[in-house]
Design a protein around this ligand. Sequence first.
Ligand code: ADP
Ligand code: ADP
Ligand code: ZN
Length: 212
Amino acid sequence: MKLILLGAPGAGKGTQAEIIAAKLRIPTISTGNILREAIRNETQTGLEAKRYMDGGMLVPDDVILGIVAERVAREDCKNGFILDGVPRTIAQAQALEDKGVCMDCVLSIEIDDAVIERRMTGRRVCASCGASYHVTAHPPRAGGVCDACGGELIIRKDDAPDTVRQRLKVFHEQTEALKGFYEKLGKLKLINGDQPIEAVTRDVLAALEIAQ
Ligand code: ADP
Ligand code: ADP
Ligand code: ZN
């Protein structure tokens, strides 16, 4: 199973990716998480990406494509993977097709900007593994630490309301057109993201024809 999760920032891609990845025993490739780790480790890629990310802009396509090529070539991806947050431009999508990274299905998690702006103020992420939480919709079992790895939960700098609005603008200008791209390839399915997490998961599994 090779799956792409498409959707605006905060649509719930990371949350759903984590659930499906565990169920299917395939890895999630989140370019956002990989870039944040690169920033923490102060690598060359991290240094280059930081200024784009802090400003709510997209990181250049060549940086992203290098990251993805390296990641999908690893052993744990041989039975499939979930792409979370990539591709984000037509150029990225086209490059994946050209490289023969052929996806089975593209799910677009649909949700209004206003709902996202409200949601993002409550997002908390694990500083170690990148897992996503929410103060009310998806709180951690123990306050302030990650269920999965015990890491510290933090607020992402780019989840500040102004930066969220900028990221939504970039989504509509540069990423939303991917729906048409994958629709033409006959791979696109739409998922209603404005429902509780479990209901979204139910619809995702149904769209993928996987038993609940
Ligand atoms: P969200 O899940 O809220 O949409 P991500 O973690 O996917 O956020 O991305 C955070 C930031 O990382 C983006 O605003 C962008 O700067 C950068 N980024 C992540 N993935 C990509 C990508 N595929 N192309 C360009 N920039 C990316
Ligand atoms: P994305 O990866 O698309 O940026 P996340 O999965 O990180 O989005 O979700 C954004 C925020 O919304 C997180 O705080 C997450 O816990 C919360 N969230 C995710 N799905 C839902 C949902 N269906 N209902 C309410 N909150 C949600
Ligand atoms: Zn964690």
